[in-house]
Design a protein around this ligand. Structure first.
Ligand code: BGC
Length: 353
């Protein structure tokens, strides 16, 4: 297992971002830059041993800085949407940047995906990894409290990419961290993902309004197009005549994960690409997963190797607390107080079938 480092490019304020390459004994390779904590590539074998990069992204830092729909990035301080870009905590109202009219999305104008993290390689008996730290200052992007965030990426001997998050604060705040990797198990840029077959371990999902804010209802998936409790092609019901499917322009919703005990690391999703046989299993401690089917990709984004990323050329499985939790007291809390430690673990396990 090895980890190596090369320069990746300069940030607009003249700092150097590095690119770390993690490899294990099976030839699986993961590349991560400390700019935004972005996973830039994940190279895994298919059922015949042919390797492909299954993560969407760019060849160089400049393209990430110019325009990226959060390819591979760490998302914070709050993953997904906060309604109206505001919330009240302990009687005080906080205003956020509205970057997804009329809401605030993925941390605001300059979220954790656009900052330079401090990076430190770590090596264990069965893993090779990268530890990233970032201090988000009090009132940065409108969020209260100095937040010390730490994220570990680990590549294991059995082709798992583990992500561990921790955060502490010196004032009450809200936290919802995730990773926004875009996957295509046939290889990034090699067609759409509608034939990928997916299972979501979720009996309920969160219906949304037109602006993709949860209505507060936890709706059973049974009898709706949102039922992925058994393996189902992603494209099967994506054009269903259903208000919720239309609001998302396809899949862009949070599914509530079946979890015997809150905070337990359990299977959230299993996705298989039938031709290559590549399989991705996701485990998480989080209560929900935002399943997004690349509905905003439109071919104008040209990615690694000059390949255009077209409509629905990828899927994202973002482990998280429910969107808009700071405004919805009935949802599991995303409030972090001084003395507490925010923790989440998500595992993406690659294999073949
Ligand atoms: C959101 C989508 C958004 C995408 C990229 C997802 O988490 O739910 O609505 O377009 O991220 O920004």
């Amino acid at each position: 297992m090895t980890i190596t480092k090369t320069a990746f490019g300069q940030t607009p304020d003249g700092q150097t971002a590095d690119l770390y390459t993690l490899t294990n004994g099976n030839g699986m390779k993961v590349q991560i830059t400390n700019y935004g904590g972005i996973i830039t590539s994940i190279v895994v074998p298919d059922k015949n041993g042919k390797f492909e990069d299954v993560a969407l992204g760019y060849d160089n830092l400049a393209d990430y800085i110019k325009n990226s729909p959060y390819f591979g990035a760490l998302i914070g301080r709050y993953g997904n949407r906060i309604a109206g870009g505001k919330f009240t905590l302990d009687g005080k109202e906080y205003k956020l940047f509205i970057n997804n009219d009329p809401n605030s999305l993925h941390g605001g104008k300059k979220g954790f995906d656009k900052v330079l993290w401090k990076a430190e390689p770590v090596e264990g008996a069965d893993v090779v990894g990268l530890k990233l730290t970032y201090l988000s200052k009090d009132m940065e992007e409108g969020y209260p409290g100095n937040l010390n965030a730490t994220v570990w990426y680990f590549l294991t001997r059995d082709n798992e990419l583990q992500i561990k998050y921790e955060a502490t604060t010196d004032k009450p705040t809200v936290v919802n961290l995730t990773n926004h990797s875009y996957f295509n198990l046939a290889g990034a840029g090699n067609g759409d993902v509608l034939d990928h077959v997916m299972m979501l371990n979720a009996d309920r999902f969160l219906p949304v309004d037109k602006t993709l804010i949860p209505t507060g209802e936890l709706r059973p998936v049974k009898g709706t197009p949102f039922d992925f409790t058994t393996p189902t092609p992603i494209g099967k019901n994506i054009k269903a005549d259903d208000e919720q499917v239309k609001f998302g322009n396809g899949w862009d919703h949070a599914w509530v994960l079946n979890k015997p005990k809150a905070g337990e690391l359990t299977l959230a999703a299993r996705v298989v690409e039938p031709t290559s046989g590549r399989m991705l299993e996701m485990y998480t401690t989080e209560p929900a997963v935002q399943f997004y089917s690349g509905n905003f990709l439109d071919g104008t984004t040209v990615g690694k190797g000059g390949k255009p990323y077209k409509f629905r050329y990828a899927f994202c499985l973002e482990a998280e607390h429910y969107p808009d939790s700071p405004n919805q007291p009935k949802f599991p809390s995303t409030v972090l107080r001084p003395g507490e430690t925010y923790r989440q673990t998500t595992v993406y396990k690659f294999s073949t079938k």
